[in-house]
Design a protein around this ligand. Sequence first.
Ligand SMILES: [Ca+2]
Length: 497
Amino acid sequence: MWRGEFARFLRMNRTIGPIIAAFGFALMGCGDGSGDATGTDSAGTTISTTTNTPTTDPGTSMGSDGTSDTSAGSETAGETDATTAGPTTDPSTTDPSTTDPSTTDPTDPSTTDPSTTDPSTTDPSTTEEPTTDGSTTGMECGDPDFTPDPDKTFLWAANSSQGTISKIRTSDVTEVGRYYVRPDNAGSPSRTSVSLTGHVAVASRNGGVTKIWGDESLCADTNGTPGIQTSTNNQPLPWGEEECIAWHTPFTYASQRPVAWGPGVLNEVTCEYEGEELWTSGNNNNGGLDIMILDGDDGSVKEMITVPSGGPNLNADLYGIYGAAVDPEGNFWGSQLGTSGKLLKVNREDMSYEIYDTPNGPHWYGMTVDSDGYVFLCSNTVGRFDPVNLIWDQAQVGGWTGCMSDGQPDGLLWMSNGNGVVGVNRQSLQVEKMWPAAGSYGISVDFEGYVWAVANGSNVSKIDPDTGEYTTYSGLVGAYTYSDMIGFGLAQVIVPM
Ligand SMILES: [Ca+2]
């Protein structure tokens, strides 16, 4: 079976073992609380499993350059009922450029006052030298046969309209916690990122970053009531009562979207990652975008640069950096939305940066970095950027928004197509698989190799990449997440090339 192959890949790859193991060690340290939560199902929500057959012959999808654009889809085209086996529209004909998904963004930046807390007042000169060494891998650490327990790995989906994020256990697609991420519950959270130690950070579009413990044994008894009080289902506890919020750092930006954990440093004695760092970016559309590294332990700003926008620099728009991920050296890659956006690289070592043009034509949306360090931009077209030779390759593949690599050598890039997922060969950029699901916007892959699609709405689907069978949880509220929401994206890329 496919997952057996994945396990063999982990054994064959002598460097990924310690990384996976490090992720797992933290997860294996989970308190009993997470296990107790198993029996507490979410009220008023449903889980359904659907068996699929391919809706298209992948062979006919290859090399479909020149397909005329039709605006058959809309941003809600993917919201098919979970019990429906197939899509009612052909996602391959959907052109994101004619229906800008960004217009569904509930953020109203006009209500945000940029003048109150300007992180640009942070003096980068007082920050310490970078401590991240992405090349560090302790060969002595970890069991190469070990893979994280799917009962203790989670997908974190933002319920943007509710101001919360949901913790979905990957083994059984069950919501085992929901959390407000800002004191006023009005931050409009979107992107989430999971660290190598298994904890999540979420950025609110209206400003602010929050870290939540994935391992409940780390939650602190701070609210005056004996014991740990934390959500165990789809009901969030009030801000201040919930005790699994690790930290919250307020920012006031017109747009704060990306979050991406860096690797931190592997302690080869304890085999745990320490000093984890979180990249984020904020934009007030005033001629420069702030790119920051937060201290993963307390949320403080460790380093910050401001990259100019306008003219030949970054595109000046509301959104700023739209999506971000780190490469195998822990460097930051940020992409911009639309047809005139740029690709930004910030080098972790010295915070120097480069700005790259993106291919004209496609309305670029999603982005990810694979284990070889290639940067992918995703839309109807897929764009692959070679960071060494600075070459773009692209192909029209019938994608839509988010995307993520499956982590396997010569494997697939999984892309949303509005309804389900499209599997694109990362070398040839040819479509090899296409599976329907209950809607798709953001895409992730878990440590067992399942592909996950979060719809712009209420559904999250776990998809078997070989059979297309999928299980859908339909209890999200105004969900929007495209990012490394399980943590596999980071785990696969920090293996040195
Ligand atoms: Ca307490």
